[in-house]
Every structure is written in structure tokens, then in C-alpha cells.
Design a protein around this ligand. Structure first.
Ligand code: GUN
Ligand code: ZN
Length: 436
């Protein structure tokens, strides 16, 4: 906006409440709550976070700001969901199968439909509506083999001003007719999508071979070559989710040392690699992932729903792994990162390592942003960060309210909403400094 030739800054907005800002990784603290600070207010201006601090000081510094009073509520970074399949929105919560049968029975028939741009547009909008209502402001999504499914998703996110990562899922074997590409077409279609979308507005591209069983060695090699040409892209895939799957990988790649080696041998292991699930890892795989500082993504509702296993959060965090948190919609049974944190907590309990609310909230925001190498822009409330945030009602249902009334501190209150909350707890969502 210009008036008399002067550039005017957009009007600032002050959100007043309990503003949660992480200053360190809570997993590295003696007391996890020491990793965060709680401020009285945050100022948003021009799509970014301008300042945080005491309400009186900020009000004096920004006297023309509009004030949004959320006293009693928790204001925090929007959730970052580091591994989703938006095309599986309509088949979420499908009954009774484990991974390989679940893919063949439910997933592949649904993904077939995304050759229609009209259908892809409808589902991309539906998915982003649902996730925004659940407080998620950034996702990293698999699309389908159809370039149209990627165009639909990026177009929808661009229109909403959302920061998202996505990529065309590549598969050239062990998938039905109509859902297979080739090494060449996967390479060329992905390259064309990178030049169309990567770095445009808030969008970025992830090279996306689905998983080793659905790619020939030739296709994995083509994906590795593409990543070498575009090293600033993420590369996302699945790793060691179920024991049957691992046995199948071993039989398809008899020369590989382990599952990770089927990627490593083709240039698909690197710092910008994002590996979903990573439950049943061999010591060599853990070491190699750590050496490369690759990201692992924990998908707890999926891991219990499809019966995959118990991710070793405590052991992997202690070893210094980069870890994000995700719903894995629609293998996961929820769109909610609150529900996902609850499931992560429960899996931690089953392994004898319960997580603190501070650790859960960090994983759902900064942990996932770090996994996606976006933590310099999103995943925390701090000056200079992009203004993607949410307002959490800590008494959104009678059951939660009566528990929050007993809470001794903000962490106890937040934990009740983590364990029992859903989209009713999301009072407001801001994306790019705009209230949605
Ligand atoms: N492994 C390969 N594809 C998929 C998928 O769509 N969902 C899950 N959970 N695991 C996979
Ligand atoms: Zn997945």
C-alpha cells in the first residue's frame, strides 16, 4: 500500500493470551518445560511475527495495532504435519487390513481417481479445510502418480497462502495398471513439477518415490539422479514400517544390506531425506541415518491403526536423530495433531518412556519443521518467523474444562487438551498473518 509515495506497513495485530515460544529442544533439557517461555502477547505484521513480550510494552510500542484478546488460551505455532497423503482423505479409517493389503484394498483404488483434475481439486480443498480446522498450517504431502494431483494440491495451498511441501508419488511396479509410471516419465514429470512449483510463493517440492517395493532399481536410480540435480528439494519416502514389508523388500533387493540400503545405493539417502515410519531399524540403518542427519517421521496413529509397531522416540532422540511428527492420513486415523500427540504419548508409555507436554508440543511444531528443514521460517513463535499460529482453547469441552480447572500449571492444562482435545479446541488459526 502506498500513500503519497510512502510505503506503509500493514496494520499490526496483537494477540493476547499465553504465548508459547520454544527457545531450546525440550528433549535436551533436564526439565523439558525449561525449553519454552510463555509471553503475554505476540505482534503480527506483514505476514511475520514482529515481537513478543508483555502486553503493556507491546501495546505501547504498537499503539495502532488491533488487539485480539485470548486471555486464558494458549497461543502457539500452527501444527506442522510432516507426512500425509492428502489423496487418502476419503478412505481414512478403513477397516481391518495391515499395510500391504490396506494399500491394495483401499489406497490404490482411491488414488486411481486422482487422474481427474476435478476430483483432485475437490479433495485438495476438502483436505486443507479439514486440516486447517484442526490447527495444522503446514503439511508435507504425497500426491498420486498423476501430475494433476500435484497441481491441484499446490494450487489450493497457494490460494490459501499456505506453506506446504508436496510431490508426485512415483511407482513403476507392484501397483495396479493405471497407477504406474516409468523411470523416465517419473523423472520427467517430477522435473516439470519442480520447475512449475518449487520455490513459488510458500510452496516447495519433495521428490517422492513411494517406497522401494513399488519402484524398480531403474526408477530409484532416476529419482536419485533427479535429487542430485535438485539438491535443495526434499526427498520423501517410507522406511521399515512393517515386518512383512521389510521381508518383501529383502526379497526384491537381495543384494541390499538392509531396507535403507535400497535407497542409499541409488543416491536416496541425504540430509534433506524425510523417511516416514522408520520403526524396525537395524543398527546400521540408525547409524547411517544419523550420520547423514536425515529426518525420521513418527506417525503414531497410523502405526497403531495399521498395526505397524512402536517407534523408538526416546532412543532415537537420545542418539541425536532429527525427528518430526505426523498423522500419515489416511493410514493414520485422524487429521488432528492433538490426537497424534496423544498417540505418541501412549506409544511412549508402552515403551516405558512417557513424553512431557512440552516435548509433544515441540514435536508437533518445531520438530516437524526441523524435519522438513523449514525451522528458520515456521514451527515456532519468535520474531522474524512466518505468522502461522493457532489459538488453543484449554477448556473446549466440559470433560476437559473440569480437568483444566485442577491444573497446577500451563503444562498440565495443555496435556489435558493434548490427550482429550479435537478440532473444538482450535479457537482460531492464522496463516501468513491472516486470520482464517
Ligand atoms: N507405504 C507405502 N505407501 C504407504 C502409504 O500410503 N501409507 C503408509 N502408511 N505406508 C505406506
Ligand atoms: Zn505414508
Amino acid at each position: 500500500m502506498t500513500t503519497h509515495g510512502r510505503i506503509e506497513k500493514p496494520a499490526p495485530q496483537i494477540l493476547r493470551g499465553q504465548v508459547l515460544s520454544f527457545v531450546r529442544d525440550p528433549f535436551a533439557e533436564e526439565s523439558p518445560k525449561d525449553a519454552a517461555q510463555v509471553h503475554e502477547a505476540v505482534v503480527l505484521q506483514g505476514g511475520s511475527i514482529a515481537a513478543l513480550g508483555s502486553f503493556d510494552a507491546l501495546h505501547a510500542e504498537f499503539p495502532n495495532a488491533a488487539v485480539h484478546d485470548h486471555s486464558g488460551k494458549l497461543i502457539m505455532a500452527g501444527f506442522v504435519d510432516a507426512h500425509v497423503h492428502y489423496p487418502q482423505t476419503a478412505i481414512i479409517a478403513s477397516w481391518g487390513k495391515r499395510l500391504l493389503d490396506w494399500l491394495n484394498s483401499y489406497t490404490f483404488p482411491e488414488e486411481m481417481r486422482f487422474g481427474s483434475r476435478t476430483y483432485a481439486d475437490e479433495l485438495a480443498a476438502r483436505y486443507l479445510d479439514l486440516t486447517t480446522a484442526h490447527g495444522t498450517t503446514t503439511v508435507c504431502s504425497y500426491c498420486t502418480i498423476h501430475p494433476e494431483s500435484v497441481d491441484a494440491f499446490f494450487s489450493a495451498a497457494q490460494a490459501r497462502g499456505q506453506r506446504v511441501v508436496a510431490g508426485k508419488t512415483c511407482m513403476d511396479r507392484n501397483a495396479p495398471e493405471g497407477l504406474r509410471d516409468t523411470p523416465q516419465s517419473a523423472h520427467d514429470d517430477s522435473a516439470a513439477l519442480i520447475s512449475r512449483w518449487h520455490g513459488v510463493d510458500r510452496l516447495s517440492y519433495a521428490i517422492t518415490p513411494r517406497f522401494s517395493p513399488t519402484s524398480t532399481p531403474e526408477q530409484l536410480e532416476a529419482m536419485g539422479a533427479l535429487w542430485a540435480t535438485h539438491p535443495d528439494c526434499l526427498m520423501q519416502t517410507h522406511l521399515s514400517e512393517q515386518t512383512d514389508e521389510i521381508a518383501w523388500v529383502n526379497s526384491l533387493f537381495p543384494e541390499a544390506r538392509d531396507y535403507l540400503d535400497t535407497y542409499e545405493a541409488f543416491g536416496l539417502l541425504g540430509a534433506r531425506g524425510v523417511y516416514g515410519h522408520a520403526i524396525h531399524l537395524e543398527p546400521r540403518e540408525r547409524d547411517r541415518l544419523r550420520e547423514h542427519d536425515a529426518a525420521l517421521v513418527h506417525c503414531p496413529t497410523s502405526n497403531t491403526f495399521i498395526g505397524s509397531g512402536l517407534f523408538d522416540m526416546a532412543g532415537l532422540k537420545a542418539a541425536g536423530h532429527r525427528i518430526g511428527l505426523a498423522t500419515d492420513t489416511g493410514g493414520g486415523s485422524s487429521f488432528s495433531m492433538l490426537r497424534t500427540m496423544a498417540a505418541a504419548y501412549e506409544i511412549g508409555q508402552l515403551r516405558g518412556t512417557p513424553m512431557h507436554a512440552s516435548e509433544l508440543l515441540w514435536l508437533a511444531t518445531q520438530g516437524s519443521a526441523r524435519a522438513l528443514r523449514l525451522d528458520d521460517r515456521i514451527g515456532n513463535i519468535a520474531p522474524g518467523m512466518e505468522a502461522d499460529l493457532l489459538v488453543l482453547d484449554l477448556a473446549s469441552t466440559p470433560a476437559i474444562a473440569q480437568r483444566t480447572a485442577r491444573a497446577a500449571d500451563i503444562w498440565e492444562a495443555a496435556f489435558a487438551t493434548i490427550m482429550m482435545g479435537d478440532d473444538r479446541a482450535i479457537s482460531e488459526v492464522w496463516i501468513g498473518g491472516q486470520k482464517v
